[in-house]
Design a protein around this ligand. Structure first.
Ligand code: NI
Ligand code: MN
Length: 248
């Protein structure tokens, strides 16, 4: 009986590993990503209709189960309400942002820094960011954060908007090894390329997807020099085309 159960457990784990292999990452511009993670679609920081560079993305076609929001700024949540309503999706963010969406009738799961929660697709840990977070109507938006999402041998980090911070060094101590990390590289409102390179050391991750660059004039960067800086340091900076998908 015991042996049989062990066999079943092995089989379940085997299936889980196959499902976990498919971590499909679609870039929707700015800091917005749609990530297929352990059978669920996680949309992070939806800002599409306000982004001229993402004008070919049709938000009515976006399917998701959860919407993760790093902080209250417009360029991270502009399309959250519409997409959440279209999909009956659950919003995961800090407590204040989730409460704000709940007053609009949406489902949410509020968190705060340092906390983690086991969802059906995996564990979400809400981690520190250094940034502001007022909501579009002036409501208090709590404090900015980032997310580490892990489960079934897969793990990624979306830093949200943040400066380089020593708190990032806690991530490899507290979470499983990251497969990739999404870091802002546009400077001005967040860290820039050089600090993102240092952040990749802090979080012990060599595969970085750049975000939060080129959308607005103050965050325009030289993309090819950014990619070179990472490759000189034997790391990979991935700059996906808006609308394209990667298997990671
Ligand atoms: Ni911001
Ligand atoms: Mn931003």
């Amino acid at each position: 009986r015991k042996l049989q159960r062990r066999g079943e457990d092995n089989f379940v784990n085997f299936i889980r590993k196959i499902i976990a292999l498919k971590m499909k990452v679609t870039y929707l511009g700015h800091s917005c990503f749609l990530i297929f993670f352990n059978g669920k679609k996680l949309l992070i920081d939806p800002f599409i209709t306000g982004n001229e560079l993402a004008k070919n993305i049709d938000i009515s076609s976006i399917k998701c189960d959860f919407i993760l929001i790093t902080h209250g700024h417009q360029d991270h949540l502009l399309d959250a309400e519409l997409i959440a309503n279209n999909n009956n999706a659950t919003i995961i963010s800090n407590y204040e942002i989730v409460s704000w969406f709940q007053t609009k009738g949406l489902n949410g799961h509020g968190m705060n820094h340092g906390g983690k929660f086991n969802f059906d697709f995996g564990t979400v840990k809400f981690v520190s960011a250094i940034h502001s977070s007022v909501l579009p109507d002036g409501s208090y938006g709590g404090n900015s954060g980032g997310f580490v999402v892990y489960g079934n041998n897969k793990s990624f980090y979306h830093a949200g908007d943040t400066a380089l911070t020593y708190d990032m060094k806690l991530i490899p101590k507290l979470c499983p090894k990251l497969d990739f990390a999404i870091l802002p590289i546009g400077d001005n409102f967040t860290m820039g390329v050089d600090e993102a390179l240092m952040a990749s050391n802090f979080i012990k991750c060599k595969k970085i997807i750049g975000c939060h660059f080129n959308t607005f004039p103050p965050i325009k960067i030289n993309v090819s020099s950014a990619v070179k800086k990472f490759s000189f340091d034997k790391k990979k900076l991935i700059i996906p085309r808006i609308g394209s998908s990667l298997d990671l």
